[in-house]
Design a protein around this ligand. Sequence first.
Ligand SMILES: C[S@@+](CC[C@H](N)C(=O)[O-])C[C@H]1O[C@@H](n2cnc3c(N)ncnc32)[C@H](O)[C@@H]1O
Length: 264
Amino acid sequence: MTSTASGAQINFQDGGAYDAAMGVWSRLAGERFLQWMAPAPGLRWLDIGCGSGAFTELLMQTAHPATLHGVDPSEPQLAFARKRPALAGCDLRVGDAMQLPFADACFDAAVMALVLFFVPEPARGLAEMRRVVRPGGVVSAYLWDFSTGGFPFEPIQAEQRAMGMTPRLPPSVQVAGMAAFRAQFEAAGLAGIETTTLHVARSFADFDSFWAITTGMMQDSLTQMGPDRTASLRAAVQRRLQPDSNGQITYNAHANAIRAVVPG
Ligand SMILES: C[S@@+](CC[C@H](N)C(=O)[O-])C[C@H]1O[C@@H](n2cnc3c(N)ncnc32)[C@H](O)[C@@H]1O
């Protein structure tokens, strides 16, 4: 029988736990993304789904924007982001990708960093991103590629599946594969579409460290599973992740990235 790890939703109610578990991965992917984007300085940027500010901070430090706004529906994530000294002058506000609280064509560039698969109607989210960026401006996004095992939590989710469980997935996970992702941008009427895959690797001091950090965001799932099944899951994941000669665990993940131009 298939059982669910715990509900179908991934929530973002603890900015600190998110930042430890996913924020480091976000920064690794964000660095690769910004290397690929090589943005010009002095642009008016919007970061949609800015969350705990892991990517927003990189954007500020790398792209040297004229202005930087961020929106996210999660107040706890925004509270964490607002404490980052690098983001002191930024407007970080509650908002939904499907109904952005901004006028038409008021940004030069917009990005959704690991967000589009959380947007219930991705086409509406893309239409809104296009609406708020001026003609000739750049819209961009990247997503962990769940379709080819690119998600950083894949070693845990693979073992959950093997135990007959259904891991938590983003509600619009079907857009994460490159073909589907690109099709969304084409359907939004965007021009000059370019794509790449971002490969990242993260090392943990040992398996205990990997487990503690990675499960920090899924404590309610583990509680629901109970101690015996949690212990079985942990043992299975440990067998899957072989340490190097120093006992370190290194795991590779990958994300698909797209950039496009708003037609004039
Ligand atoms: C995986 S996190 C990425 C956060 C940040 N962009 C980063 O790279 O670290 C996904 C974020 O999308 C946000 N989110 C979920 N649904 C959203 C929506 N409808 N509109 C905008 N953001 C949304 C969540 O609150 C969360 O902060």
